[in-house]
Design a protein around this ligand. Sequence first.
Ligand code: SF4
Length: 318
Amino acid sequence: MSDLCCSLLSSTPDSEEREWTISDYEAALARWCPGCGDHAILAAVQRMLEAEQLPPEQTVFVSGIGCASRFPHYVRAYGFHGIHGRALPIATGVKLRRPDLNVFVVMGDGDCCSIGAAHWIHSIRYNLDMVALMLDNGVYGLTKNQTSPTSPRGLPSNTQPRGAILPPLNPISATLGVANASFVAQTADWLPAHVFATLREAFRHHGFAFVRVLQRCPKYTENIFSTLVHDPGLVELMVHPDGVVVPELDRMFKNKVQHDPADLDAARRLAVSDGNVRLGVFYRNETHPVYEETRAVPARSAGEKLALLNTELDRYAV
Ligand code: SF4
């Protein structure tokens, strides 16, 4: 992404005077499959960046490996397309060094819940002020159809052709079970107004905001969300003034539950599927410590940094 970095540095006008539009956040043409839910999520993310007027040079997208991880190429901001499962530690480094930046992490279900699972758990506990999106299509798509931790039981794949053997991991329950969890929400790519509103709440939350986006993959898991898409009665919206408010969905979804996101026990009960899939904010708590604020790095001049570096290198001089 170094050429993008240079173009941002050389062309960005004074952010105070600039009104950012959607086109300011558009980069390369997305190369996901036609009909892939990632297209709608990208559009909602760019809409949220515009709504919040986030300067591209103050914004960073970090990803791992997978279809979802192409995100940094498609958003005009700083970006780091990392390695499999390691998006969160990279983003942690960015945030610790530059707490003033708006940091977004984009992962897939395999990336987050499998190889990156340890980083996922500890990032929740560290509660850095960033947004982590998990685009969950229930499969490894980029590597062409392997069972992932969230594949529904019985789903055939190249690695388990007779169907996924184990019950799927529930990412919402898992996140709610980690100490210091501070924001947990779920949305679905086929409801762009809900994705937008959820992302906005996540961004405005002070702390680690984990958002699972149910994401359609027409290539490999065409049917896993089709009943939800065609029958809104299977989707239950969690409604509350402190949750996600989307007035245009009120008429479409009769199935609603009042849920106060401050109630952790209720959030844990609602996270367990009973046939309905719930969308909205499960939990929000801004009283937990935010890691970068507990160990603020003192600001140093270039000269001071050079002196410290020389002192360190002198230790190895013979
Ligand atoms: Fe999207 Fe699936 Fe194609 Fe990947 S394989 S780009 S997730 S439709």
